[in-house]
Design a protein around this ligand. Structure first.
Ligand code: NI
Length: 172
């Protein structure tokens, strides 16, 4: 089932999310709903707080090329255990901040540990777009948005645009 995505500014997007203690069918359903919502948007990553659920859960699929098989990933309690000194700049966007993009600098490689959809512990090194995406999504679980990396002027400008968008949506 597709869920609706919260638009910044929203207090739920500023919260530190709680670890998921044990997997349940309800949590697996939540993850499946998030993947459906992400693909529909379309986007390459989505964090639970973006649909108003304050659990440490992210989903992503950074495969964008036509003809390449999709790679949906579900990460419960993802944790960055190591980051490279090398940095990478990507122009980031966010489904909670539609049609706004800005360059963000982050470590180019990260080792991430998480619990998968079957409850198994996993650890993997991410690089390229996957590294940027997983860091962006984990930030969401700590109440942090990509615009928090920008200067105050740019951040306020984008926030004002989003406030205007929300007023328009409320009237529609
Ligand atoms: Ni985002």
């Amino acid at each position: 089932m597709k869920r609706s995505i919260l638009i910044h500014p929203d207090p739920r997007l500023k919260k530190v999310c709680a670890p998921v203690p044990d997997l349940s069918d309800a949590l697996r359903k939540l993850a499946d709903d998030m993947l459906e919502t992400m693909y529909d948007a379309p986007g390459i990553g989505l964090a639970a707080p973006q649909i108003g659920v304050l659990d440490r859960l992210i989903v992503m699929d950074c495969v964008k090329e036509d003809g390449v098989e999709a790679k949906p990933m579900v990460l419960f309690n993802p944790e960055i255990v190591a980051s490279s000194d090398d940095l990478n700049v990507y122009e980031e966007g966010c489904l909670s901040i539609p049609e706004q993009y800005a360059d963000v600098t982050r470590p180019s490689e990260v080792d991430v540990r998480w619990m998968d959809r079957d409850g198994n512990a996993q650890q993997q090194t991410f690089d390229g777009l996957w590294a940027t995406c997983v860091q962006h999504e984990i930030d969401h679980l700590n109440g942090k948005l990509f615009i928090d990396y920008l200067g105050p002027m740019k951040r306020q400008m984008i926030t004002r645009r989003m406030q205007k968008l929300k007023r328009e949506q409320a009237r529609a």
